[in-house]
Design a protein. Structure first.
Length: 115
C-alpha cells in the first residue's frame, strides 16, 4: 500500500508543480510516479498474490533504490523546469539503479539457495 500512496503522491506533486511552472513541462516530473508503481507496487503485489515475499534485506535494498530513483526523477524534473542542469543528478540514477539491481539479485540468489 505504501507504494500506491507514493505513486499517487508523485502524480499529485507533479501535477501541482507543473501547474505553477508557467507551461514548462518535464518528462522526469511527469513520469516520476512510474518508479514506485513499476518497481515497487506491481512486483510486491504480484509476489504477495503468489504467497511469497522478498527476503528482508532484498526488500530493503529495493525500497532504497526505488526511493533514490523517484527522488532523482523529481529533482531532475525540477531542474529542467527551472532551466538548468547539474551533473550530480547522475548519482541518483546510478545509486538507485545499483540498489534496486542488488535487491533483485539478492532475491534471485535466495530463491536459488532454497531450491
Amino acid at each position: 500500500m505504501a507504494y500506491l500512496f507514493s505513486t499517487v503522491g508523485c502524480i499529485l506533486f507533479g501535477a501541482v508543480y507543473e501547474l505553477f511552472s508557467h507551461g514548462v513541462r518535464s518528462c522526469f516530473m511527469i513520469c516520476a510516479f512510474a518508479f514506485p508503481l513499476l518497481l515497487g507496487a506491481i512486483p510486491f503485489f504480484l509476489l504477495r498474490k503468489r504467497g511469497k515475499s522478498f527476503p528482508g534485506r532484498a526488500a530493503d535494498l529495493i525500497h532504497a533504490g526505488v526511493a533514490a530513483l523517484t527522488v532523482g526523477s523529481i529533482l531532475q524534473g525540477a531542474l529542467e523546469i527551472y532551466g538548468t542542469s547539474n551533473p550530480l543528478t547522475l548519482a541518483h540514477w546510478a545509486v538507485g539503479g545499483a540498489l534496486t539491481a542488488a535487491g533483485w539479485l539478492l532475491t534471485f540468489l535466495k530463491q536459488v539457495e532454497r531450491e
